[in-house]
Design a protein around this ligand. Sequence first.
Ligand code: UGA
Length: 445
Amino acid sequence: MNITVVGSGYVGLVTGACIAEMGNTVYCVDVDKEKIANLKQGILPIYEPGLETIVSENHASGRLHFTTSLSEAVEQSEVFFIAVGTPPGEDGSADLRYVLEVARQIGDHLTSPAIVVNKSTVPVGTADLVRAAVAERLEARGVDVEFSVVSNPEFLKEGAAVNDFMHPDRIVIGADNEHARQVMSRIYAPFIRNRPRTMFMGIRDAEMTKYAANAMLATKISFMNEIAGLCERLDVDVENVRLGIGSDERIGYHFIYAGCGYGGSCFPKDVKALINIAHQIDFEPKLLQAVEARNEQQKHTLFDKISAHYGGNLGGRTFAVWGLAFKPGTDDMREAPSVVLINSLIAAGAKVRAFDPVASDTARREFPEAWFAEEKLQIVEGQYEAAIDADALCLVTEWKPFRRPDFRALKRLLKTPLIIDGRNQYDTEQIAREGFAYYGIGRKS
Ligand code: UGA
């Protein structure tokens, strides 16, 4: 099959590469000329395990093409995936500008029957807007071409994107006709050979499913963070509570880790967008608002603990930060708790020495240049280097090398043996034996 994927970000690039891997011819289109030029040379805009190999192999074999020209791709394709960004507008609503622009351009060039698939996370009803945008441009050209619009939300996780796409939990397809359902089934058949798991539903149902999935996961996290706040004040260890409740199959162990807040390009944006959708229809989303508020507060919790420990006096102190990415396995720092922590520490007059196994370059772009020039913020190349003469160590992202550090070396390097653990990685008894003062999230101190 010949397929076009518009948008070469996380979702678009992974979708394009994985679909090409299954023998299809795929055109990846992006307006960013530099991104496309780099992709042609095998340079990827993101770090994602396994992606570089399938991109370069499929590009070399002639199945995966990169272009800035949608018109070139349109002539060759029968299916169009829209996988462009839907960033939050000022009020939190999903900005559909890019999605609808792509729809118009498809309408500008389409000459034969096609299926337009929405992979971007979009509010309920967006398929109607996409259909109208394509139709408007076809009409303007006086062309009558049949096309369907399908909602096919993506559930991949950053850091495991290729694996998630290759071995999906489920394929959700919102379509209103049999032909579209059949074409979508053909595309996904190779990914679900051993266990069919395609769910067909209405287009609006599929659009809502995506928001509901992310909102549910965000809710579990904020719920657990709230329980952690209670535990901390009641001399209870949330880690024991987590094990105790996770063993109930109805609750499960996934996404109940208390921490310093959820980040990334999806949960914060999608929860805000769903709140906005609710407001637009005069529905009070009480629970979602609380999920969002708890998370905002949670991102300040590491700073609050540090500040309380030093009686608010952080001027002239240096803090080691382990982990900058919003989670392990990615170099993405969008909405990362590390950003809130570092901004607060520097605003309070402290210095920061940070280490992340892959997000150093992202961090250099994220923070003001002056902070590096004035050495308020240093990004160092090793986890122990970050600790040299620091007043305390803050663990923000639970990368594997941080899980069992050399505590003796750490104790030697730090000015004072104090660890603030934003991901509850350490055993409180062991850490006390090693001679450290310790704050976790919802732990006994
Ligand atoms: C999330 C969803 O997990 C994917 O299913 C979805 O497809 C994706 O959003 C999307 O909409 O594109 P992702 O943002 O890559 O994926 O990251 P997650 O692994 O879900 O982690 C999100 C955040 O929650 C991280 O900051 C993580 O540290 C935090 N988290 C996760 C916790 O604080 N506690 C937990 O128990 C689990």
